[in-house]
Design a protein around this ligand. Structure first.
Ligand SMILES: NC(=O)c1ccc[n+]([C@@H]2O[C@H](COP(=O)([O-])OP(=O)(O)OC[C@H]3O[C@@H](n4cnc5c(N)ncnc54)[C@H](O)[C@@H]3O)[C@@H](O)[C@H]2O)c1
Length: 450
């Protein structure tokens, strides 16, 4: 069914015809693990484990119907054979060399996808050392001002589409984490931002220039890092003006993924939390960049917000008003991409009696992140073809820092995020939404929502 026009409840989704370019600012560990992985899957070498678009099933209709669909069959997603990868990086290495440098995948696997990876060469990046302190490279654009750099990125996108015979593109930020930058006056409106681009305003970061360029080309944008870009009011305004989907920031992969499973569970059982100490050791280039306090601050803000929102102390003062939440990331080269995260959670139960939970997660960062990039790219493209503009809350599932419209609370609970995602897919395909009330069995008329 994929690739054919699908009736949504209220609109038609354009078919996924032609090729889709997935463009990544940053061609490091995460991006090259995605590229290599998709090529390996297409060759039948591996399975796309961890990708909901490729492996997910969704229940449809009433429970009594026992009807399930592959996600990929339910909605018209771009297919792996129709994907073309491209990107930008400050280092000139092609994707094979960058993947070898990242040391995420074994040499044996990389050699099997070498020919395809070698063809993916990074375009010159927009880079500013004020925003990323620990690395520097030569494959960088120069321009008379930041608007000029944005125009060059727009031209890159147009050239890429033309040279690769692509119909559409999506952009997923897979570059290093920039220094934390709160919004300033220049970020207030699109007009002030465009003025700032022309005047080289120092508060405008490279990631914001990429976001701007993507949206001006009507290319949906997903932000894999905690850098503040899609959060800026000016860029949200642009996403509406250009009818381009945006969705959130910072892939929810390891420790935070587990937090958004465990924390709602504790809260739903009314278990109190006195403290949550999270520490990590990480030895890849991402870890090196995060060793800089400015970049770490961006990560800390997005990681910390998750627990604040789940354990709303205003709603539950007796349970969560004094949580000591500490997040640490230590750069430790011997581990490479294999991050180890420890969580110590001090909880208290009935009559205030204390208990502890210890989590030790030995994960592989890019192995967890790569399928998220794929899903976000495919769903953002779907949203665009469905005429969805601006913030896509149904993609919160993938982010540490999801976006919600102003005045609305952000949802962090992974299971609620999944319900939202599933119901949006049902909506897209004209299927009934499911509220899990499940009372028909007892003679209650629930209409269609069994
Ligand atoms: N892997 C995970 O589990 C995970 C989870 C959440 C977020 N992230 C974020 O994803 C991003 C990528 O992670 P990674 O492990 O691939 O890092 P990495 O260091 O291996 O790759 C990042 C690449 O971005 C390049 N780069 C830096 N600034 C750039 C710019 N302005 N334009 C173009 N390229 C630029 C670097 O040269 C590098 O090659 C990081 O910001 C990381 O914090 C990763």
């Amino acid at each position: 069914m994929a690739g054919t026009p699908t009736k949504a409840n209220s609109k038609t989704i354009a078919p996924a015809k032609g090729k889709l370019a997935i463009l990544t600012p940053g061609m490091g560990a995460v991006a090259t693990t995605l590229f290599a992985g998709v090529i390996a899957v297409k060759k039948g070498i591996s399975k796309p484990i961890g990708s909901y678009t490729q492996m997910g099933k969704i229940r449809l209709g009433k429970r009594t119907e026992n009807r399930y669909s592959d996600v990929n069959d339910l909605v018209p997603l771009a297919q792996l054979n129709d994907i073309v990868f491209g990107g930008w990086d400050i280092f000139p290495e092609n994707a094979y060399e960058a993947a070898a440098h990242a040391k995420v995948l074994e040499k044996e696997l990389l050699l099997q996808v070498k020919d395809e990876l070698e063809k993916i060469k990074p375009m010159k990046a927009v880079f500013d050392r004020e925003f990323i302190k620990r690395i520097d490279g030569s494959n960088v654009k120069t321009g008379k001002n930041k608007m000029d750099l944005a125009e060059q990125l727009r031209q890159d996108i147009r050239d890429f589409l033309k040279n690769n015979g692509c119909d559409r593109a999506v952009m997923v930020w897979c570059a290093s984490t920039e220094v934390y930058t709160p919004p300033t006056a220049v970020h207030k409106t699109l007009k002030s931002f465009e003025e700032g681009l022309k005047n080289n305003d120092p508060a405008i970061s490279p990631s914001q220039i990429y976001t701007y360029a993507a949206m001006k080309e009507r290319v949906p944008y997903a932000n894999g890092s905690p850098n503040v870009s899609v959060e800026m009011p000016c860029l949200q305004e642009l996403s509406l003006e250009m009818a381009t989907p945006i969705s959130g920031s910072d892939f929810k992969t390891g420790q935070t993924l587990l937090k958004t499973v465990i924390a709602p569970g504790l809260r739903n059982r009314q278990i109190g939390v006195a403290g949550w100490y999270s520490t990590n050791i990480l030895g890849n280039r991402d870890g090196e960049v995060l060793d800089d306090p400015g970049s770490f601050k961006a990560k800390e803000v997005s990681k910390s917000g998750v627990l604040d929102d789940i354990f709303s102390k205003e709603l539950y003062p007796d349970l969560y008003s004094n949580i000591s939440h500490v997040v640490r990331i230590n750069y430790y080269p011997p581990r490479g991409d294999n991050k180890e995260g420890w969580d110590n959670i001090d909880i208290f139960g009935w009559l205030g009696y204390p208990m502890q939970i210890k989590v030790n997660f030995l994960c592989r960062d890019s192995i967890l992140a790569a399928p998220l990039v794929l899903d976000l790219a495919l769903f953002s493209d779907l949203a665009s073809r469905a005429g969805m503009r601006g913030i896509q809350e149904w993609l919160s599932f993938y982010y540490k820092a999801p976006l919600a419209k102003e005045g609305l609370t952000v949802e962090h609970d992974l299971s609620v995020q999944l319900l939202k995602l599933e119901n949006t897919l049902r909506f897209f395909s004209g299927e009934e939404l499911i509220n899990h009330l499940g009372l028909t069995h007892y003679g209650v008329d629930e209409g269609e929502n069994a």
